[in-house]
Design a protein around this ligand. Structure first.
Ligand code: NDP
Ligand code: 2IT
Length: 445
């Protein structure tokens, strides 16, 4: 780390929040790539922008008590980090996963600031969640949990204040229960959440948006190599919302997706994943991905999720979770001829892995750029709710596509302007940061 101001702020964050490894990782990654910007614009240091941007505007931690089907009282911890509101209401998903803690929610909220800035829409950054595990819970248990979660959260959010959405463990079912409880408590029907059901104000194409957007972004990177996704072999990790719709879009553009995973293991289907079966298993029956091989005899299931990166492919789309792809896996991908990696998940590649991809000069799209289509379409849902209108699927999809093309161009241009051509990590961080930082300067300290 060459810049003293950057080093000082990174050290302050580490000291103030000891033990928050994911948060430290995200802050260091963004700030280090801002070095040329900070050296060129002394006012950033003079006005303490890095100190301010790394400290959340507000953090809410709350008890979430609920009663399980056996009548036993359960308690989880709920969180909402309202990180930065320079560009608009706080905006970002809610994650329900047993691993959720302040480090994970802060890293996600911090990334969200720059991602939302890159979309070009007016959205600040935030994130929330709970250490609740929806797996194995009945619909009634999930409902009681979501109601209890919203019984505290409702007082901190509003359509023009903070607009949560889904993330890991939070999909249409959970958003519905949370929306119902918000409406009941506040007696207001408005767009306080996105990713809503289509019957009550959700946007067409929001379900598909993150996965579709990741593939649109990947295709833009491939164009720069005089290539495209058609005919390519693709490996996608995860089998949740992002992975499923990345698979759908990649296949519709003529690629062959040969592998998917969950946290227990991965499936390999040399003939191409049967997506209808995956949708039934995951979206309707909520089963494990291993069930796939019971119905497709030619496919193979392997225990352990990291082995998925040993499958030779042209394109890898990590769409599961943070730090799921390490330096060794990255080397294996490069050695096997992989030419492009686009992150559907948030921070799925470790810093070592990112370095391997950048050094090998393969196309690498960092999450805050490549997966921004989800939150961008949430922004479009907010716009439709404000207008009390719904746009068609094709209208929303066309806007999503254009936003992904723009994000790619913005990141690429910033990388060139700051003398690291082709480095979309630097480009996305710099472009996302500058819009927020310049706005913070206009708003005063
Ligand atoms: P889902 O809950 O729908 O799916 C998550 C998938 O990732 C599952 O297959 C899950 O497997 C796997 N996974 C979760 N945690 C782990 C873990 N610790 N180790 C290995 N695998 C794991 O979530 P989404 O598809 O919505 O989210 C996936 C990623 O995309 C996340 O990083 C999220 O932050 C990011 N993202 C999501 C957006 C959205 O709109 N939904 C927008 C932008 C980014 P298992 O079932 O075994 O847990
Ligand atoms: O990480 C993300 O961008 C999301 N989980 C989606 C956030 C949103 O508000 O749609």
């Amino acid at each position: 780390m060459s810049n003293q101001y950057v080093s000082r702020v990174v050290e302050t964050v580490k000291k103030r929040y000891p033990g928050e490894a994911e948060f430290h990782q995200a802050v260091a990654e963004v700030l280090e790539s801002l070095t040329p910007v900070i050296e060129k614009n002394k006012v950033i240091e003079e006005l303490g922008i890095l100190e301010r941007i790394t400290e959340p505007e507000r953090q809410i931690i709350f008890r979430v008590p609920w009663v399980d089907d056996a009548g036993k009282v359960q308690v989880n911890r709920g969180l909402r980090v309202q990180y930065n509101s320079a560009l608009g209401p706080y905006k970002g998903g809610i994650r329900f996963h047993p691993s959720v803690n302040t480090s994970i929610i802060k890293f996600l909220g911090f990334e969200q600031i720059f991602k939302n800035s890159l979309t070009g829409l007016m959205m600040g950054g935030g994130k929330g969640g709970a250490d609740f595990d929806p797996k194995g819970k009945s619909d009634n248990e999930v409902m009681r949990f979501c109601q209890s979660f919203m019984t505290e959260l409702y007082r901190h959010i509003d359509a023009d204040t903070d607009v949560p959405a889904g993330d890991i463990g939070v999909g249409g079912r959970e958003i519905g229960f949370m929306f119902g409880q918000y409406k009941r408590i506040k007696n207001i029907f408005h767009g306080v959440l996105t990713g809503k059901g289509l019957l009550y104000g959700g946007s067409l194409a929001r379900t598909e948006a993150t996965g579709y957007g990741t593939v649109y972004f990947c295709n833009e990177m491939l164009k720069d190599r005089q290539s495209c996704i058609e005919g390519k072999k693709v490996v996608i990790s995860g089998s949740g919302n992002v992975a499923i719709y990345a698979t759908e879009k990649a296949m519709s553009l003529g690629a062959k997706v040969v592998a998917l995973s969950d946290s227990s293991g991965y499936i390999y289907d040399a003939e191409g994943i049967k997506l209808d079966l995956v949708k039934r298993l995951k979206e309707i029956e909520r089963k494990r991905i291993s069930e796939y091989v019971k119905e497709v005899k030619s496919a193979k299931y392997t225990e352990g999720c990291s082995g998925i990166w040993t499958i030779p492919c042209d394109i890898a789309l990590p769409c599961a979770t943070q730090n799921e792809l390490d330096g060794n896996s990255a080397q294996t991908l490069v050695k096997n001829g992989c030419i492009a990696v686009a992150e559907g998940a948030n921070m799925p590649s470790t810093p070592d892995a990112v370095k391997v991809f950048l050094d090998a000069k393969i196309s690498f799209g960092p999450g805050k750029a490549a997966n921004a289509g989800g939150v961008a379409t949430s922004g479009l849902e907010m716009a439709q709710n404000s207008q009390r209108l719904s746009w068609t699927f094709d209208e929303v999809d066309a806007k999503l596509h254009q936003i992904m093309v723009n994000i790619h161009a913005t990141a690429k241009n910033a990388a060139e302007e700051y003398n690291t051509p082709g480095n979309l990590v630097n480009g996305a961080n710099i472009a996302g940061f500058l819009k927020v930082a310049n706005t913070m300067m206009l708003h005063g300290v």
